[in-house]
Design a protein around this ligand. Structure first.
Ligand code: PLP
Length: 379
């Protein structure tokens, strides 16, 4: 399979592991096992009792049940648990698409939506979120993009990296537009629980029989390294994913399943701690943006823990992010990883003191680029 490079992962491979402070990632602060066990009830006997047998392809019964109860219609037959939501995206694109199919996907977007669809030989139609329009999704434009040839609409609200979102009415309108064309709606709910001024959206699988909702413990629940994601879909669709999984990861580890099931059963308790921190951090970031005056422009995120901001007088954002990483040890993600080279993705889900420290460094670096700024203004 020929597939485009995953620029975001390449950048993270280069800087994530060496960074002293991370304000590039798209999730909340990750938990240690001990911290998790302060919130979630997993005792030593249960951990010691894990036998490293094979597990069922779609996940063990307790895990599937937990997902179905927490986010779905209660029926575990509609659930498949996976190695992160990345695995679901791979399975969806490979099971449901064939060369020549039309795929409508948000732009910018998480790299795998676009790269996997193109690798399948599909015709990609971007649905743009424009900075100039404050990243407000244009539903009339979406309706012109969806045609009878559209096999799949790929959305992710609240959105990574812009923080854009939609109302419940708009969610219905989006689904209706896809339903009229008989298209699948693949809705990545990675950030669904992280909203600031409005309640989380309904799980799309509850709204439309051809909706496939994708979830993960990586972003809102601080368990990225546990590698647990899932999808909820009609059982016949899940069967198509099972067929492919027989050639890839087979099943999850029973140890991972135990921890994931307990975390999901108490998902709201885990979320509460990190959402409070994200709210505080968002206010700190908003104040910081105000203090930067004309140097920085942004659209305040409605959900998630990333903002897709602009440094107005920095000519080369990628070089700037490299300097920031090398001189200050801080990870930011340059916008070229999303094909938007004049933006940066700034993640505000981490520890508050670290965010403040990183923003102080960032103010200094932005100001020290003032010669470039004069050059940029003059040219
Ligand atoms: C919107 C979105 N979806 C899916 C993923 C994949 O995450 P994971 O495989 O850890 O669930 C990411 C990771 O950054 C993401 O930002």
């Amino acid at each position: 399979m020929e597939i485009a490079p995953a620029l975001l992962e390449e950048w993270l491979r280069e800087y994530y592991f060496s960074a002293k402070i991370d304000i590039g990632s798209s999730g909340v602060q990750n938990f240690s096992l001990a911290e998790l066990r302060e919130v979630v009830d997993i005792n030593d006997d249960e951990l010691n009792g894990v036998v490293f047998d094979d597990s069922p392809t779609c996940g063990n019964a307790r895990l599937r049940q937990a997902i179905a109860r927490q986010w779905g219609n209660g029926d575990p037959e509609h659930v498949m648990a996976t190695h992160g939501s990345s695995e679901v995206i791979f399975l969806v694109m490979n099971a449901l698409l064939k060369p020549g199919d039309e795929v409508v996907a948000l732009d910018p977007c998480y790299f795998s939506y676009r790269n996997l669809a193109e690798a399948r030989g599909c015709r990609l139609k971007p649905w743009p979120l424009r900075f100039e329009s404050k990243f407000v999704p244009d539903l009339e434009e979406l309706k012109t993009l969806i045609t009878p040839q559209t096999r799949l609409l790929m959305v992710n609200f609240p959105h990574n990296p812009t923080g854009a979102s939609v109302t419940a009415e708009q969610q219905n309108e989006i689904i209706q537009a896809a339903a009229e064309a008989g298209a699948y709606v693949v809705w990545d709910t990675a950030l669904a629980a992280l909203t600031y001024d409005e309640p989380p959206l309904s799980d799309p699988h509850l709204l439309y029989e051809r909706a496939i909702s994708i979830g993960t413990l990586s972003k809102a629940y601080g368990l990225a390294g546990l590698r647990v994601g899932w999808c909820q879909a009609a059982p016949d669709v899940i069967q198509q994913f099972v067929h492919l999984r027989d050639y890839t990861t087979l099943y999850l580890s029973p140890l991972v399943e135990l921890i994931a099931a307990r975390a999901i059963e108490q998902a709201d308790d885990i979320l509460r701690v990190r959402l409070r921190q994200a709210r505080t951090n968002l206010e700190i970031l908003a104040d910081w943006v105000d203090q930067q005056g004309e140097l920085v422009e942004w659209v305040r995120p409605r959900g998630g823990v990333t903002a897709f901001i602009r440094f107005c007088y920095i000519r080369n954002i990628e070089d700037f992010c490299r300097r920031y990483a090398q001189e200050y040890g801080v990870l930011l993600v340059p916008g070229h990883c999303f094909s938007y080279p004049s933006h940066v993705r700034l993640g505000f889900g981490g520890p508050t003191a670290k965010l403040q420290e990183a923003l102080n460094h960032l103010s200094h670096l932005l100001r020290s680029e003032s010669t470039e700024r004069e050059f940029f203004v003059a040219s």
